[in-house]
Design a binder for this molecule. Structure first.
Ligand SMILES: C[S@@+](CC[C@H](N)C(=O)[O-])C[C@H]1O[C@@H](n2cnc3c(N)ncnc32)[C@H](O)[C@@H]1O
Length: 284
C-alpha cells in the first residue's frame, strides 16, 4: 500500500500546476478527512485501497487540468468554507483586498449611513464577497445578485450553510431586479477578461464559465454598465468599488470619471498591481 509520502511524491508529475505539492496535499486531505498538519505528522501512514482509488481518480483529473477546488467541491475565502462548482468563478485570494477596502469604506462612512449601512454585491457567484462582508459586519444590510440562476442557488446554499440570515440573494441582470433600491456601497468583481485573451485557453480558467470571466470592449463592457447604472442605485455620497484586470486601471478610472464619480482612486492587489477602483457618487 502507498503511504502519504509516496502519494505526495507524485507532485513531480503535475508539471502544469504552479503549486503541485499543495494541490496533492489538499486532495489527500479531502480524501482522508485530515488536516495538512496531520499529513506532515504521519508521512508513513498507509492509504487504504478504497481511499487510494478515490485519490487516484482525482489525481488523474488534476493531471488533465481540472482545478483543485472543483475536485474537492470547496474553496476557502476570507476563512469561510465555500461550496464551488462549474457555474461560476472559484473565489481568488486577490478578491480579499476588495473585501478589506469595502470594510474600510463602510467604517469611514460618516453620519446616518453608519446605521443600517447597505451594500450591494453585483455578480456574487459563490457569494464570496457578500458573505465575507456579512461575517465581519452582521448588521449591514447586504444584497447580492447574479444573472445565472445556478450561481444564485450556489450563493444561497453557501449563505444558508454559514447561517448569514441577513444576506438577501436574488437573480438579476446587474440592476434589473433592483428598481428603486439605493445602497451606501456597491461592490463588484465582474467579468473583465478580454475575449481574445490567450490565457483563457490555459490553466484552471478553462474549467470556469465564460459568463463569469469575459466581457466585450476589451474586458470593460460590464464595468462600464455597472458604473453607468450604479448612479441610480447609490445614496448621495455612496461608493462604487470594482475589481478589474491589472492593466485596466487607467481605463476604469476614465470610465468612473466620465460617469461623474468623484475621489476616483485605484488600489493595488497583494502583488502590487492595479486591481481595484473606487469612486464616490455625489447627487447634484
Ligand atoms: C468574476 S465572477 C465573480 C464571482 C464572485 N463575486 C467572486 O468574486 O468570486 C463574475 C460573476 O458575475 C456574474 N455575472 C455576469 N454577468 C452578469 C450580469 N449581467 N448580471 C449579474 N451577474 C452577472 C457571473 O455569473 C459571475 O458569477
Amino acid at each position: 500500500m502507498a503511504t502519504v509520502k509516496d502519494n505526495l511524491l507524485r507532485a513531480v508529475e503535475l508539471q502544469h500546476s504552479d503549486s503541485p505539492r499543495l494541490d496533492l496535499e489538499v486532495l489527500l486531505c479531502h480524501i482522508l478527512g485530515k488536516s495538512r498538519a496531520w499529513l506532515y505528522t504521519w508521512p508513513e501512514h498507509e492509504v487504504n485501497p478504497d481511499q487510494q482509488a478515490r485519490f487516484d481518480a482525482l489525481f488523474k483529473r488534476r493531471l488533465q487540468g481540472e482545478p483543485v477546488a472543483h475536485l474537492t467541491g470547496s474553496r476557502e475565502f476570507w476563512s469561510l468554507p465555500l461550496k464551488v462548482n462549474r457555474t461560476t468563478l472559484i473565489p481568488r485570494p486577490d478578491t480579499e483586498v476588495l473585501v478589506e477596502v469595502a470594510l474600510a469604506l463602510g467604517e469611514s462612512s460618516a453620519g446616518p449611513q453608519k446605521q443600517g449601512f447597505s451594500v450591494l454585491d453585483l455578480g456574487t457567484g459563490t457569494g464570496a464577497i457578500a458573505l465575507a462582508l456579512a461575517s465581519e459586519q452582521p448588521h449591514w444590510q447586504i444584497t447580492a445578485v447574479d444573472r445565472m440562476p445556478a450561481a444564485v442557488a450556489l450563493a444561497e446554499e453557501n449563505r444558508a450553510a454559514l447561517g448569514f440570515d441577513g444576506v438577501h440573494i436574488l437573480q438579476s441582470d446587474w440592476f434589473e431586479a433592483l428598481r428603486g433600491e439605493r445602497f451606501n456601497l456597491i461592490v463588484s468583481n465582474p467579468p473583465y477578461i478580454d475575449p481574445k485573451d490567450p490565457h483563457l485557453r490555459e490553466g484552471d480558467v478553462r474549467f470556469e464559465p465564460l459568463s463569469a470571466l469575459v466581457a466585450e470592449e476589451r474586458g470593460l463592457a460590464d464595468i462600464r454598465m455597472i458604473a453607468d447604472g450604479a448612479r441610480a442605485h447609490l445614496n448621495d455620497g455612496g461608493w462604487l468599488l470594482v475589481e478589474h484586470g491589472w492593466d485596466q486601471g487607467k481605463g476604469v478610472r476614465e470610465l468612473f470619471s466620465g460617469c461623474g464619480y468623484t475621489a476616483v482612486e485605484t488600489r493595488l492587489d497583494y502583488a502590487g498591481r492595479e486591481r481595484l477602483t473606487m469612486g464616490r457618487f455625489q447627487a447634484d
